[in-house]
Design a protein around this ligand. Structure first.
Ligand code: GDP
Length: 322
């Protein structure tokens, strides 16, 4: 396996961020490896075009022994821990599995690095969900966590373990990424759900979009920008936490309005609220201050809200046309 190229291992490589990150690292000359659960082999869609160039290994974040053996064998320069049960609604239904995968899974990765490859730089995928209904707005690296779902509790656990291992001398960065979207976003997330539904409405296959909390506000950015921030953090001199966000929030209602306007349809005619989609606990608003990432990493978002909505809807319309 001695190729002379720097080597990166990505957990969660089949997800939205994993697929963009793999593309970015391959383009920079990295040897890219991915950890894949056997059960997600049917979910290789986002990385199928990369398969000749990346090496996949089957394993599981909840299985420390598979991590010990893989990390010990690869001894990668960089490890990006993006693997998680990442759906908030799913976490209300399966809180314990979420804690195991998203929380304990991160601790397993860190422990495996400490034991088998302590020189490896680790990226831990933190989330703005950790802030919950924060008292401070915008949220920054110093804002206290106030998790409002089992997913967020698990991410806080992972974040605190990342800080702990950093204090013990490992190079561990933790990106606190606000919502970031793209045509590769999972269909269970609201932006992709709306974009898909708008394309179906345009084709006459669906009459209305059923949504939950329309007034929830999120700071939505463009996912490929966010993986650039991950790579910049890992290249920095000092491991720390960084917020990655656009600094501007919009409501679910606004997202749906703008998406429908692109096909000349109105929100009033096409959106219904389904009370079953309203969560047991929700976060009213999240908006991040990425000032530290801007100053220290030179990172800036390149796509604004209108551009994001348009890219997502156009991609669904193009899929239909294909
Ligand atoms: P999250 O911020 O990681 O939970 O990302 P989501 O895209 O799943 O949800 C963003 C916001 O949209 C949350 O406040 C949801 O309550 C709200 N929302 C409203 N309707 C829907 C829906 O039909 N599906 C999802 N996933 N979220 C919805």
């Amino acid at each position: 396996m001695a190729s002379g190229q720097p080597r990166a291992l990505i957990t969660g490589i089949t997800g939205q961020d994993g697929s963009y990150l793999a593309e970015l690292l391959l383009g920079q000359g990295w040897e890219v490896h991915g950890l894949v659960r056997r059960s997600s082999s049917d979910a290789l869609g986002r990385i199928r075009h990369l398969l000749p160039s990346i090496q996949l290994h089957s394993g599981d974040l909840t299985d420390l022994s598979s991590l010990l053996s893989l990390i010990g064998r690869l001894r990668p320069e960089q490890l990006y821990n993006l693997g998680a049960q990442s759906s908030v609604p799913q976490s209300f239904a399966q809180p314990l599995a979420t804690l195991q995968i998203t929380g304990l899974g991160a601790a397993n990765v860190l422990e495996a690095v400490r034991l088998m490859s302590p020189e490896t730089r680790v990226y831990q995928a933190g989330s703005s969900e950790m802030f919950g209904n924060a008292l401070e707005s915008p949220q920054r690296e110093t804002t206290p966590f106030s998790p409002a779902s089992p997913y967020a509790v698990a991410k806080v656990q992972a974040q605190l373990m990342a800080r702990h291992y950093r204090e013990r001398g490992l190079f561990v960065v933790a990106g606190i990424l606000f919502n970031h979207e793209s045509p590769r976003r999972g269909e269970e997330f609201v932006t992709r759900k709306i974009a898909r539904a708008v394309a179906r409405i345009h084709r006459g296959e669906q009459a209305v979009i059923e949504l939950g909390n329309l007034e929830a506000r999120r700071d939505w950015g463009w996912a490929p920008d966010y993986v650039e921030a991950m790579v910049a953090m890992m290249a920095g001199p000092t491991p720390k936490d960084y917020v990655v966000a656009t600094g501007i929030d919009h409501s679910v209602r606004e997202f749906a309005e703008q998406a429908l306007a692109l096909i000349g349809r109105s929100f009033h005619d096409c959106v219904r609220v389904d009370p079953r989609l309203i969560r047991p606990a929700d976060i009213a608003a999240l908006v991040g201050d990425a000032g530290l990432a801007r100053r220290e990493l030179g990172w800036r978002p390149t796509v604004d809200f209108a551009g994001l909505v348009e890219r997502m809807v156009r991609a669904e319309l193009d899929l239909c046309a294909a």
